[in-house]
Design a binder for this molecule. Structure first.
Ligand code: AMP
Length: 400
């Protein structure tokens, strides 16, 4: 029986895919189709032949998935040789309804559609990917894996905003949290690295990529997280502001005559590191910083200071912390961010080992000193594998 799951992550103008062995995590193939709907699109496929690049016009998500299937035929692996056991879709917002992955049927599609007002930037694209895959793979079981699901264990005092009752009751305004697939994967891997059961550990997980979020995980369950009703809240990110005074919205409307769309766009796409340092790529920021660029240095300090505040907050929330875990592009690769974010926290039992922290590696590893009461770990995330595992286990359960 095949364990291979086709994982699909559909964005507004892109479609990422990977064919993953859910048992081993090995990707038999992966690819991304970008600039869907633009005059010239781009398709990269990693298959049996290595990497192949194609530039062509791709009118729709359906064309994108057809291009992916053609690449499987041309560049391998052949889908006649590797049977697809299920299709797993990343869905950003599952609202309060979805604490677990769900089999996709018409009702599921309607439910995700109902959540579009909460995630207007993400859910429509995810739905498009689902609809296209249902058309092209009518006989395969498909599963939605929600970015919000892992955080459905938050207690009311952690997820409730102090706003009028009808906002909360009638409009779903509460904290949901995101990056749940990554936090779940990383928390489980951290337990494995420490040789302990997830149920016995309190963790602070820091997912620092282009999007950034922190999670407090007690006994394998999320008890708090920094992203809120949308992925805008919390840490400073590549292009998102993270936390800010909500009155700034009113000020921009009242004093500057800005529209809601302009404000939404600026806070999601023109803020964060991009606003502070001129670009959202952390590698470039690091180069500018090393060259003495004062803007890049301040951006770095703001970024790390915000992380430190969340570490302190979640330390208090958990009471006792076994490990702080860094993941995603910046978390895995920037020793400077790890060092600056945890500097001065020795009294909390957090002590990095400089040499371990400065050593690059693609493996999960410990970067704290042997006598650090709190372990500090670097754990590469693998959201595609987590989606593949969750999708396959649900499909197997449904078949049993
Ligand atoms: P992700 O969203 O997980 O792909 O992370 C993307 C972010 O990680 C970008 O800001 C990259 O510049 C950053 N990143 C990737 N590799 C490195 C590296 N070697 N050093 C510092 N930042 C990196």
């Amino acid at each position: 029986m095949s364990d291979h799951v086709l994982v699909i992550n559909a964005g507004s103008s892109s479609l990422k895919y990977s064919l993953i062995d859910a048992a081993s995590g090995e990707a038999a193939a992966s690819g991304v189709v970008e600039r869907i709907g633009e005059p010239e699109g781009h398709h990269v496929h990693h298959g049996t032949d290595g990497e192949s690049n194609t530039s062509l016009k791709i009118a729709s998500h359906e064309d994108a998935l057809r291009a992916a299937l053609k690449a499987f035929e041309t560049h391998g692996p052949s889908l006649d040789d590797i049977e697809i056991a299920a299709v797993g879709h990343r869905v950003v917002h599952g609202g309060s309804q979805f604490a677990d992955p769900a089999l996709i049927d018409d009702d599921l599609v309607a439910a995700v559609n109902d959540l579009v007002p909460l995630a207007p930037l993400h859910n429509p694209a995810n739905l498009e990917g689902i609809q296209v895959a249902r058309r092209l793979f009518p006989d395969l079981q498909q599963v939605a894996v929600f970015d919000t699901a892992f955080h459905q264990t938050l207690a009311p005092h952690a997820y409730t905003y102090a706003v009028p009752l009808d906002w909360r009751d009638d409009h779903g305004i509460r904290r949901y949290g995101f990056h749940g697939t990554s936090h779940a994967f990383v928390a489980a891997e951290a337990a494995r690295l420490l040789g302990q059961e997830p149920a016995d550990l309190n963790l602070i997980v820091l997912h620092l990529g282009n999007g950034c979020s922190a999670a407090a995980v007690r006994g394998g369950q999320s008890v708090d997280t920094s992203m809120g009703m949308t992925p805008l809240e919390g840490l400073v990110m590549g292009t998102r502001s993270g936390d800010l005074d909500p009155a700034i919205h009113a000020h921009l409307v009242r004093e500057l005559g800005w529209t809601v769309e302009e404000i939404d766009h600026a806070l999601n796409y023109e803020s964060g590191l991009k606003a502070l340092a001129g670009g959202n790529d952390f590698r470039e920021l690091s180069i500018s910083r090393e060259a003495g660029d004062a803007r890049a240095q301040l951006a770095f300090e703001i970024y790390c200071y915000r992380i430190k505040k969340y570490v302190g907050a979640y330390y208090a929330v958990l009471g006792n912390v076994d490990a702080i875990v860094f993941t995603a592009g910046v978390g895995q690769h920037s020793a400077d961010v790890r060092a600056a974010s945890l500097a001065g926290l020795e009294r909390l039992g957090i002590q990095l080992d400089a040499e371990r922290n400065n050593t690059s590696s693609g493996e999960a590893r410990t970067v704290s000193a042997d006598d650090s009461a709190v372990a500090v770990l670097v754990v590469p995330t693998n959201e595609e594998w987590q989606i593949a595992r969750e999708a396959l286990s649900l499909v197997r359960l449904a078949e049993a």
